[in-house]
Design a binder for this molecule. Structure first.
Ligand SMILES: NC(=O)c1ccc[n+]([C@@H]2O[C@H](COP(=O)([O-])OP(=O)(O)OC[C@H]3O[C@@H](n4cnc5c(N)ncnc54)[C@H](OP(=O)(O)O)[C@@H]3O)[C@@H](O)[C@H]2O)c1
Length: 236
């Protein structure tokens, strides 16, 4: 993100175990004063509150809040889906991002200094961004093959949360969007990569770059939309 958005002054990178996350520790070494590691478990509201307090010690305002955490329980049919998979999926993919938005939303606000609706975030538009990393399979309209009920339903519900936040935070000039990163070469997608064409399997670096490009180009009029990695709009 720091490479893809050079104007970003500082990133608060939240994860469950900052002392064990080697990727974030490496980034901290590379970007020293530009990154703060914050402990946050999105299934634990107290942990989210503590994380917000830690961030608030360093700043009173955030330009971007990016909810990334997610899990995939790959049930193949409604005949085999389990209550536990549903509970876990909703905890992490839906309730977690909502509670993060709840406790951090007050830090996301931009006074309107311009009324030019064509200005993008990168061009200094008076907006901040709440972006929830969702998934195309969470689109109800796009669902043609079923399966992955827990994941699909939890991401569809996350999309509803994006829409609600978009309405409720609109007066504070917070633009809320859901983002589909495409198929990215991570632990989450590893078991399902067999039938993915090489050019459609993105590296983590490329996926982040693509999502940052979408965020840099966000305008006030994008509030409440669902975007795929290439900037195309997805149906809810
Ligand atoms: N990979 C894809 O092809 C793909 C496609 C569409 C959408 N997505 C979405 O993209 C997002 C990132 O997924 P990924 O592919 O990067 O998966 P990943 O490699 O499995 O990473 C998921 C991340 O979520 C974190 N996480 C899980 N539960 C958490 C919790 N309770 N509190 C805080 N963090 C938690 C994990 O942290 P730990 O390291 O502590 O476990 C991990 O860093 C997810 O929302 C996923 O649904 C991915």
């Amino acid at each position: 993100m720091l490479n893809s958005m050079p104007n970003v002054d500082h990133v608060f990178a939240a994860c469950r175990s900052p002392s064990k996350c080697s990727e974030l520790i490496d980034l901290k070494q590379e970007f020293a004063n530009k990154i703060t590691l914050v402990k946050l478990d999105s299934t634990d509201e107290e942990s989210i509150k503590e994380a917000q307090k830690q961030v608030a010690q360093q700043t009173d305002r955030l330009d971007v809040l990016l909810n990334v955490s997610g899990i995939l329980k790959p049930d193949t049919s409604i005949r085999t889906v389990t209550r536990q998979d549903l509970m876990d999926s909703f905890q992490t993919n839906t309730i977690g991002p909502l509670l993060v938005a709840k406790h951090f939303q007050a830090m996301l606000h931009k006074k309107s200094t311009s009324n030019d609706p064509e200005l993008t975030f990168e061009q200094g538009a008076p907006l901040s961004i709440l972006a929830n990393v969702s998934a195309k399979v969470g689109s109800i309209q796009d669902n043609r093959i079923g399966g992955w009920t827990a994941y699909r339903a939890s991401k569809a519900a996350l999309n509803m949360i994006t829409k609600n936040c978009a309405i409720e935070l609109n007066r504070k000039n917070v633009v809320c969007v859901s983002l589909h990163p495409g198929t990215v070469d991570t632990d989450l997608s590893k078991p399902f990569q067999k039938n993915i064409k090489k050019e459609k399997l993105f590296t983590v670096e490329l996926a982040i770059q693509q999502l940052c490009t979408i965020m840099k180009n966000i305008r006030l009029s994008d509030n409440g939309k669902f975007y795929a990695w290439d900037g195309s709009e997805l149906p809810w």
